[in-house]
Design a protein around this ligand. Structure first.
Ligand code: LFR
Length: 471
């Protein structure tokens, strides 16, 4: 009988249930359920619909039952930084506000009234992103201090879904680190920092590492979905899971986890909380087995996703990519400019940037996409130089994992702008990484290097030379 493991991988634009099993020494995947996601505008606030997402999680579980493929374990990963505050009856206090909402505007200044930006970085190693949990909690403290008083617990989004499935509250380490409230030396909550900022430290559960068993489904969930299952914590931060699936054991590898965001960086055994690192805006997110993800957030395919929605919803990403490849427009935008975080209209935001900087203004979807792809690749090139200068190492290959690894034109540009070889795939890296931790826990692999070798042999991986030619 095949043994199945289930990854529920929820990204900012869609979620999926993926069953994995081993056959002939290789990992096999089967996508059994998919659903849309996105932030809804609720009276002017960008929110996630946690109830609907949980219904979708259960729908996918019912699909396992229907197929007769009952997993031995399952785990959920999502984006980072967002959370729920629960009252004494475990009801969500306020809305489940999404990270692109602008409630955090000015909250950096508020936080720095208590602790300077330099000290905060030295203490947490996390890059400044205005949406980090630390700034979101300041927004709550400013506008709804009563929520912090009433709260009995805080859970990151995947922790919350694991709680709804099992009745057990755990806070998983990789996602927790994205909030900027964890000390990268002790790998534990910085309770002193919470006290300084006036956040109630009592509501934070102890940190649990990936691989920890959360518990079994509650009776009610068992009845609803038709089976029982063990919930095992994966790296619940999607980027943490994706980086686990980088198909190499070469420590000198640069990766890009390419999806809604492009997360570009390396793995390190220790966090680098130096001022040089802070100035370059690199982060040290906690990873499996205490490997830090030393990386930079680059705006990523969110820009293409938004343009597609605004122009022609039905056009496929592959088609957009092919059309863009035929363009020669030379304009470049700074992908990390704030104007691209949550613009009312992405097309206009790109055009405005070009106009403002005296460059050719793109008009068609192909031209706009070409500007975005070239700008992303240019940003990758700059980031490689920063990594090489900070670490003193040189790297010869960029490993692109995640859905964006399908964008052939972007892979070519990545090779050209970075002057490095590019390895592209696996595209389902996040789900694979999620499953890898479950399999490590179950003894399928003895170590992460063994798992990574298997991942490299199991999935389709494309290779490009430094000139962008596939070989
Ligand atoms: C990618 C990601 C990034 C994080 C951003 C917001 O999906 O998790 O790593 O910076 O979303 O949480």
């Amino acid at each position: 009988m095949d043994k199945y493991y289930l990854a529920v991988d929820i990204g900012a634009s869609s979620g999926r249930h993926i069953l994995a099993s081993m056959a002939g020494g290789k990992m096999q995947l089967e996508e059994i359920y998919r659903f849309p996601n996105g932030m809804d505008n609720k009276d002017g606030t960008l929110c996630w619909d946690a109830n609907r997402l949980f219904t979708e999680i259960k729908n996918g579980l019912k699909k396992c039952k229907e197929l007769g493929k009952i997993p031995v374990s399952m785990g959920i990963d999502t984006w980072g930084v967002d959370y729920v505050l629960l009252d004494k009856d475990d009801r969500i206090l306020g809305d489940t506000v999404g990270y692109r909402d602008d409630r955090t505007t000015g909250m950096d200044k508020k936080v720095y009234e208590t602790i300077s930006q330099d000290d905060l970085y030295a203490r947490t190693g996390i890059q400044k992103q205005i949406f980090n949990t630390i700034y979101q909690l300041m927004a709550v403290k400013e506008t709804h201090p009563e929520y912090l008083k009433q709260a009995e617990s805080i859970l990151m989004i995947p922790d919350y879904f694991h709680f709804l499935l099992t009745g057990v509250k755990k806070m998983e380490y990789t996602n927790a680190t994205t909030g900027q409230l964890i000390n990268p030396v002790t790998n534990d909550w910085d309770y002193e920092l919470m006290d300084m900022l006036g956040y109630p430290s009592r509501i934070f559960k102890p940190v649990s590492m990936p691989g920890t068993v959360v518990g079994n489904f509650t009776k009610a969930i068992q009845e609803e979905v038709g089976f029982d299952c063990k919930v095992v914590l994966p790296a619940t931060h999607d980027t943490g899971s994706a980086v686990l699936a980088v198909p190499t054991n070469n420590d000198n590898a640069i990766y890009i986890s390419s999806g809604t965001w492009s997360l570009m960086g390396i793995e390190r055994k220790e966090a680098d909380c130096s001022m040089e690192s802070m100035k370059a805006n690199f982060t040290n997110e906690g990873g499996y087995d205490h490997r830090f993800r030393y990386l930079k957030n680059i705006m990523g395919l969110w820009m293409i996703q938004s343009v597609k929605k605004e122009f022609e919803k039905d056009l496929s990403f592959a088609e957009i990519c092919e059309r863009a490849a035929k363009e020669t427009i030379p304009s470049i935008v700074d992908c990390n400019d704030d104007s691209f975080l949550a613009p009312k209209n992405m097309i206009q935001a790109v055009q405005d940037f070009c106009r403002k900087t005296d460059q050719q203004v793109p008009g068609t979807i192909a031209e706009i996409a070409a500007v975005i792809y070239n700008s992303l690749a240019k940003c990758y090139g700059d980031t490689v130089k920063e990594i090489e200068s900070i670490t003193g190492n040189t790297y010869d290959t960029i490993y692109v994992v995640g859905g964006g690894a399908n964008a052939g034109y972007l892979n070519e540009l990545t090779a050209k702008y970075t002057q490095k070889k590019v390895s592209a795939g696996p595209t389902e890296a996040t789900a694979i990484g999620n499953i890898t931790v479950q399999m490590l826990r179950d003894g399928v692999f003895a170590s992460l290097p063994e798992a990574r070798t298997c991942i490299g042999e199991s999935f389709d991986i494309k290779r490009y030379n430094e000139k962008g030619k596939q070989f």
